[in-house]
Ligand binder design. Sequence first.
Ligand SMILES: NC(=O)c1ccc[n+]([C@@H]2O[C@H](COP(=O)([O-])OP(=O)(O)OC[C@H]3O[C@@H](n4cnc5c(N)ncnc54)[C@H](O)[C@@H]3O)[C@@H](O)[C@H]2O)c1
Length: 430
Amino acid sequence: MSCPLLDQPLRIAIIGAGSRGCHFADLISGLSHLARVVAIAEPDAAKAGHLAARLGVPTAACFSGWQALLDAGLRLDAAVVATMDREHTSPAVACLGAGLHVLLEKPMAPTIGECEGIVAAQEASGRMLAVCHSMRYNKIYAMVRRLLGEGIIGRVASIDLLEQVGYWHQAHSFVRGNWGATDRAVPMILAKSCHDLDYLAFLAGSPAIRLASFGSLGYFTAANAPSGAPARCSDGCPHEPICAYSALRQYVHTELRAAWPASVCSPTDHSLEAHLAAVRSGPYGRCVWRCDNDAVDHQVVALEFPSGITATFTMTGLTWEGGRRLRVHGGEGVLELNGREIAVRSFATGDLRRIEVAEEPGGHGGGDRRLLIGWLEAARSGDASTILTGARESLRTHAMAFAAEISRVERRMVELTEIAPEVASGVPRS
Ligand SMILES: NC(=O)c1ccc[n+]([C@@H]2O[C@H](COP(=O)([O-])OP(=O)(O)OC[C@H]3O[C@@H](n4cnc5c(N)ncnc54)[C@H](O)[C@@H]3O)[C@@H](O)[C@H]2O)c1
């Protein structure tokens, strides 16, 4: 069937030329048969200029913000909304209102009400919106779901998922960085673990009906600062040479200054001098025990799903390795995912089957690239089936994160009907 849109690459605007916006812009430039970045909205002129130069976007198509971009009335088909967590709703709703398809970074929004506003705007517009829950698109995580659906371990009874944030990643993003203070970002369970809760719902076939959560900030606090540690690593800290969290080592004296995460401290200049200056004066040079952080560094959630499946989820920042570990218990066997390997043990035969899945390029084990392609294909064809994380589906799984935070803070079990009645409507309560 012919579709006029299929003749031309989609004209895309990047809203927020930060870490994620640039990542998606670079992925799009490798998919030039599907789409082209033709405009950039970014208040930081240096960031915008860098991206524009790399992609050949003219200065006239660079704007100081999403509002100015939309006011300019350029011919656009779609936008990637990659602003910070608390600045998703207005650009997403405005882009949908302007008739653009939207790729929206997670979390959708900081409140369930704002998430509902995005869903309403998407449904009214009829445009394609995908939320960046890349796990569903990542080949190995998708394979786990397919194997479970084929009954490889029989009927699933329970799931345990561990998210190992990694000690350095915790310090970089959730202590010193953008997500350390929840009033600037959102709570950890939404900022980092909305992916995990979304994936649990994907495996269980629906969002949970009730849950309970516990967690706190236990380690990255002033009480744990080594004696004599100054405010910054560069202030002659006596512990710096042997400290796991030395900013000088992580951001300055590394060959990887131009790569994430070191690149984040000085986004457009990766010289040693620029990184040293950033560590001396910017947020990434602060002692990890003397920041303004309140994000939890460990949290657990216990969940019950309508099918009777139970699950546990643990997020901890205090790990050596990064990545996730998963164990799924079924009537006929156990499935484990660790790194790039899925292992399945059959109770009947005792056989252990190992499946290795190679890492794909394109961010988050290839999940980002697959997600992007799914969204672009949906926008071009009008068929939403390649979007696994649409607005309403993402609202339903974000509700689990909002419920978990209420449970943690108020120390009580939370029914999902309390957060978003539609999430659990029609679901058996026992
Ligand atoms: N899907 C994932 O796995 C994943 C991973 C990391 C981050 N994220 C999310 O992606 C989003 C962006 O994160 P980031 O690390 O790129 O942050 P960032 O701070 O590097 O980028 C955000 C950019 O938005 C720009 N901005 C601010 N106001 C703007 C406006 N009015 N118009 C246009 N641009 C504006 C900022 O100047 C900044 O450059 C966050 O919501 C984050 O939680 C998702």
